[in-house]
Design a protein around this ligand. Structure first.
Ligand code: SAH
Ligand code: SF4
Ligand code: F3S
Length: 462
C-alpha cells in the first residue's frame, strides 16, 4: 500500500495567480456518499491553498468541478444533466474551466462519453487525482490540451491534504478507503479500488485537531469500517481504534459508517456500550431479508447472524437504534424473498431506512443475472416497504415523547424560527430556536411528534 504526502505546487499557484486580474472563484459540487463529500472538502482545501475563493453557485465561477457518484444509474444521469447545463456558462465565459472527477470518471465509458459528447469539459480526472489537480489547472490555463485521464485503480492513501470543511461543528473523518467485498450489485470496489486503512497515528492526529477546534460530532468513514486495520504494520481493529480515539479529552460524540454485518463483532458492540462518546445508533445495512438473495448478493452473512447481532446490541446498549440500507428488486427477487424483507423490517423495527430500487451497474456480477420482474413490480414493492417503515418509525418516534435528552442543534428547521437537532440515536427533533444556537448541544424536552420526527422545546443550552 502506498502512503503519499501532499505538498503544495508553488509553481502552479503562481500560474493561476497570474492568469486572473483578481482572485479566481471555484464552485465545487460533490454528489454521493460522505466519503465523496469529504473528498470534495479536500479539493476545496487544495483550491483555496492555490489562491481560489469558493462560491456556492456556479454562475460567477472561474472553475466548476463536479465530484461525482456512480452508485446508481440515476446518480449518473443527474451528473450528466448537470454537466450538460454548463455549456451555456462556457459560452458566456470562454475562460471558464470545467472539470469532472470522482467515482464516475473511474469508468472508461464515462471518460469516453465526456470526451466525445461534452467538448466544453476541460478536465476529467479520477478519484486519486487530487494531487495532480493544481498542475493540470495551470497547464490548461497556459493553453494546454483538454485532460481526459484514463482510469487507473485508486491505490494510495494521501495524508496532509489541506481541507475546507463544510461545517464548523460536524466533521467527516475517513479511516479507510476502497472496498474488498464485491457485493454483486455494487460498483464501489471497481471505482474506489482495494481496501486500504489510514494509520492509527494519522487518524488520531486529525481527530485530536478536530476536537481541539471545537468539533462536536465526528463521523468515522469507510465502506466497511469493521474491517479497519487490514494490512497495517501494527495490528489494530476497529474497536481498538474507537477505544484509542475515545481517550482524547473533550466534549464530542462519535458516529461511524458503514458497518458491514459480516464483520461487525461483539467486541465492537461492547465498545459502543462502554464508551459514552459513541452514539447509540447502529447503521447496519442488511440489503435484503432473504437468505437466498443475501447469498446472491455475496453478502457473507445470513439472517440468523444479522438478528443475533441486533439482539446482542439491544441487550448491551440500552436505547440503541438501528438503521439500514435495503435494495428492492435485486435480480430474481421473488414476492417471497421480498416478504422476508418486510418480515425482517417488522422484527428489527428500524428507526430509519435508506431504500433503493436495484440499479444495474455494468461490470458487476449482478448485471448479468436474469431479472424477470418489471420496474412496476419493483416500485410497488418499494411503496409497500416505505408504508411499513413509516408506520414503524412513527410508532417509535411517538414513544419518546415526554423524554428529555441532549441533542446537537445542527441546522435550520422547516420555517424561520425553527431549528433541527439530532439525538444521540440519530432521530431529528424540531424546536423553536435562534440561528446562533446552531452547532451547540442543548437539552431538549420532546413534547410531540410529526410522522418520523420529534417536536420539542429547549430546556437548556449546554
Ligand atoms: N459500503 C456500504 C454501502 C455503500 S453504497 C455497505 O456495504 O453498506 C450505499 C448503498 O447503496 C448500499 O448499501 C446499497 O443499499 C445501495 N446500492 C449499492 N449499489 C446499488 C445498486 N446497484 N442498486 C441499488 N442500490 C445500490
Ligand atoms: Fe458496495 Fe458491498 Fe463494498 Fe458496501 S461492502 S461498498 S455494498 S461492495
Ligand atoms: Fe457514490 Fe463513489 Fe460514494 S460511487 S456512493 S460517491 S464511493
Amino acid at each position: 500500500m502506498k502512503n503519499t504526502s501532499y505538498s503544495k505546487n508553488q509553481q502552479a499557484a503562481q500560474v493561476i495567480a497570474q492568469a486572473y486580474d483578481s482572485p479566481p472563484l471555484a464552485y465545487v459540487h460533490s454528489f454521493g456518499c460522505q466519503q465523496n463529500v469529504n473528498d470534495g472538502e479536500k479539493i476545496k482545501g487544495i483550491l483555496v491553498d492555490l489562491g481560489y475563493g469558493l462560491c456556492d453557485t456556479p454562475e460567477h465561477a472561474d472553475l466548476i468541478l463536479f465530484n461525482t457518484c456512480a452508485v446508481r444509474e440515476h446518480a449518473e444521469q443527474r451528473v450528466f444533466g448537470n454537466v450538460g447545463a454548463l455549456k451555456a456558462y462556457k459560452k458566456a465565459n470562454p475562460k471558464l474551466i470545467i472539470g469532472v472527477c470522482g467515482c464516475m470518471t473511474q469508468q472508461e465509458t464515462v471518460v469516453e462519453k465526456l470526451k466525445m459528447s461534452y467538448p466544453f469539459v476541460d478536465l476529467v480526472i479520477g478519484v486519486d487525482g487530487m494531487d495532480r489537480l493544481p498542475q493540470l489547472l495551470a497547464d490548461r490555463l497556459m493553453g494546454g490540451k483538454r485532460v481526459m485521464e484514463k482510469p487507473v485503480e485508486p491505490a494510495t492513501v494521501m495524508e496532509g491534504v489541506p481541507i475546507r470543511r463544510d461545517s464548523s461543528f460536524r466533521a467527516w473523518l475517513p479511516i479507510m478507503y476502497g472496498c474488498d467485498n464485491f457485493c454483486t450489485y455494487c460498483i464501489v470496489p471497481y471505482v474506489r479500488g482495494r481496501e486500504r486503512s489510514r494509520t492509527p497515528a494519522a487518524i488520531l492526529e486529525e481527530f485530536t485537531q478536530l476536537v481541539e477546534q471545537g468539533y462536536k460530532e465526528i463521523t468515522l468513514l469507510g465502506q466497511n469500517v469493521n474491517s479497519y486495520g487490514k494490512g497495517l504494520e501494527e495490528p489494530m481493529d476497529f474497536a481498538d481504534l474507537l477505544n484509542l480515539l475515545c481517550q482524547v479529552p473533550g466534549d464530542y460524540q462519535i458516529r461511524f459508517m458503514t458497518s458491514h454485518p459480516k464483520d461487525a463483532s461483539h467486541k465492537l458492540i461492547d465498545t459502543m456500550a462502554a464508551q459514552p462518546h459513541i452514539c447509540k445508533h447502529f447503521h447496519l445495512p442488511v440489503q435484503s431479508g432473504s437468505d437466498r438473495i443475501l447469498k446472491e448478493m455475496n453478502r457473507h452473512y445470513d439472517l440468523a447472524h444479522y438478528l443475533e447481532l441486533v439482539d446482542y446490541a439491544r441487550e448491551k446498549i440500552p436505547g440503541v437504534t438501528f438503521s439500514s440500507d435495503i435494495i428492492v428488486g435485486f435480480p430474481g427477487e421473488t414476492e417471497e424473498d421480498f416478504q422476508a424483507t418486510l418480515d425482517l423490517v417488522e422484527k428489527v423495527e428500524y428507526m430509519q431506512l435508506f431504500t433503493f430500487i436495484y440499479s444495474k451497474r455494468t461490470g458487476t456480477k449482478a448485471a448479468s443475472m436474469p431479472d424477470p420482474y418489471t420496474h412496476k413490480d419493483k416500485t410497488e414493492r418499494m411503496a409497500r416497504l416505505l408504508a411499513l417503515q413509516d408506520k414503524i418509525a412513527s410508532r417509535q418516534v411517538a414513544s419518546l415523547v415526554g423524554q428529555t435528552q441532549r441533542v446537537l442543534l445542527e441546522g435550520h428547521g422547516r420555517f424561520e424560527g425553527l431549528l433541527n437537532g439530532r439525538l444521540d440515536n440519530n432521530l431529528v427533533v424540531e424546536i423553536p430556536g435562534r440561528p446562533e444556537w446552531i452547532g451547540r448541544y442543548a437539552r431538549v424536552k420532546f413534547t410531540g411528534s410529526r410522522a418520523t420526527i420529534l417536536t420539542g422545546e429547549l430546556e437548556e443550552l449546554l
